[in-house]
Write a protein of this length. Structure first.
Length: 386
């Protein structure tokens, strides 16, 4: 397995809006590393909602004192922190921003910033490569979803991706007033009204089909008050209907951020259920001696060979180990020198390294929270393609 070192000689990549985090971003990061095993990359995750302003300073001082012995590394650290702090001092947060993630290395002229609509935990890590695990986890948890809020004459359609509302469409039809006048009977009025509502919902359904057919909208939530949402569901074509995860009661005039965060909760809950189902699949395959691997060694090898269809990782699980960036060897335990090429190694969390390998080989990763089956199996496992 060969990793490419991407050196960014151009302007730093900073997007001034909230980032729509994609697997491709993480894949790019997973290919970056220091080929001489130097701890030259700083990864910073900041929760923009927490009030811990001293976090960066505190971690900076700790890491500085640890790196003091090594002139080259402490110089690099100092300069890299300068780049980071300059950025932090200059910019305010975007509307709806919950997290900020930065990867930087002065000697590699590398600088990446992601402003996220999703919350992250504060973290400052110095390592031989960008620390991508929390980002990979966000991509798994915050899948893009479609949201439709409607009643019998008004509709709002949203596509929410990476915690931000990326697309909005409003529709309204004055259905009641249209048929109010004249001397028609109550029954006829009701019939016409029903027809008009149906027509309106059909119209919304066509928009929804266009917008939500794209691959990245994997889940749909329908919200609204009264009967319209059920009528609407029944109109939808099967391939759209099958993406619905929930239909909820919600006032049409509910504030947008409350609506979106409610929908987000539902999507996260649904994702949790999917995780558990996948662990059951892993368990069943293992019991039948089928297409599955588990534990560090087997799983790590299968990931590197590109055999894994779905990698399952226990959320908080870490395994102490070492990496030789020169020959790309990773193993658990402690080793100062690489047994294969004699280079100085670097201490790592082996799970993070497996995640990096998985990203590089386009393997889908499922992060699983508090599952004793997966923990018993060593915190990692995989469903095999073949
Ligand atoms: Zn080596």
């Amino acid at each position: 397995m060969v990793r490419r070192l991407i050196i960014n000689t151009q302007k730093p990549l900073i997007k001034d809006m909230l980032t729509d985090l994609k697997n491709a971003d993480i894949k790019e990061l997973s290919e970056v590393y220091d080929s001489e095993n130097r701890d030259s990359f700083i990864s910073l995750y900041l929760n923009r909602e927490s009030r811990d302003n001293k976090f960066v300073g505190r971690r900076k001082n700790t890491c500085k004192s640890v790196l003091k012995e090594d002139k080259e590394l402490s110089d690099n650290f100092e300069k890299t922190m300068q780049m980071i702090e300059e950025y932090l001092n200059k910019r305010d947060r975007e509307k709806g921003q919950k997290g900020l993630v930065m990867f930087a290395s002065n000697i590699h002229n590398f600088f990446r910033v992601y402003k996220l609509g999703m919350p992250v935990e504060n973290l400052l890590i110095v390592d031989t490569s960008p620390y991508i695990r929390p980002l990979a986890r966000l991509v798994d948890e915050y899948e893009a979803f479609g949201l439709v809020l409607l009643d019998s004459q008004r509709a709002k359609i949203y596509v929410v991706s990476s915690g931000k509302v990326g697309y909005k469409k409003k529709k309204a039809k004055d259905i009641i007033n249209k048929h109010k006048k004249g001397g028609m009977s109550q029954a006829r009025f009701q019939r016409l009204r029903k027809g008009a509502i149906n027509h309106f919902l059909k119209d919304v359904s066509e928009d929804v089909e266009k917008l939500f057919s794209k691959d990245d909208v994997v889940k749909i939530i329908i919200a609204g008050s009264g009967n319209a949402k059920i009528m609407f569901k029944n109109i939808l074509p099967p391939h759209i209907k099958s993406k619905i995860v929930d239909i909820i009661d919600m006032d049409f005039d509910e504030a947008e951020d409350r609506l979106v965060s409610k929908a987000e909760e539902i999507v996260l809950e649904d994702e949790k259920e999917t995780s558990e189902k996948n662990v059951s699949r892993l368990r069943d395959e293992i019991l039948r001696n089928g297409l599955a691997v588990y534990g560090l060694k087997e799983t790590g090898e299968a990931v590197i060979n590109g055999q894994i269809e779905l990698l399952l990782v226990s959320k908080g699980y870490k395994i102490r180990g070492w990496i030789c960036e020169k020959c790309q060897t990773v193993d658990s335990g402690v080793k100062d020198k690489c047994p294969y090429c004699g280079s100085r190694t670097s201490g790592v969390d082996v799970i993070e390294e497996i995640i990096e390998f998985a990203e590089r080989t386009d393997t889908k990763i499922e992060f699983v929270g508090n599952n004793h089956i997966l923990d018993e199996l060593g915190g990692v496992g995989g469903l095999l393609r073949f």
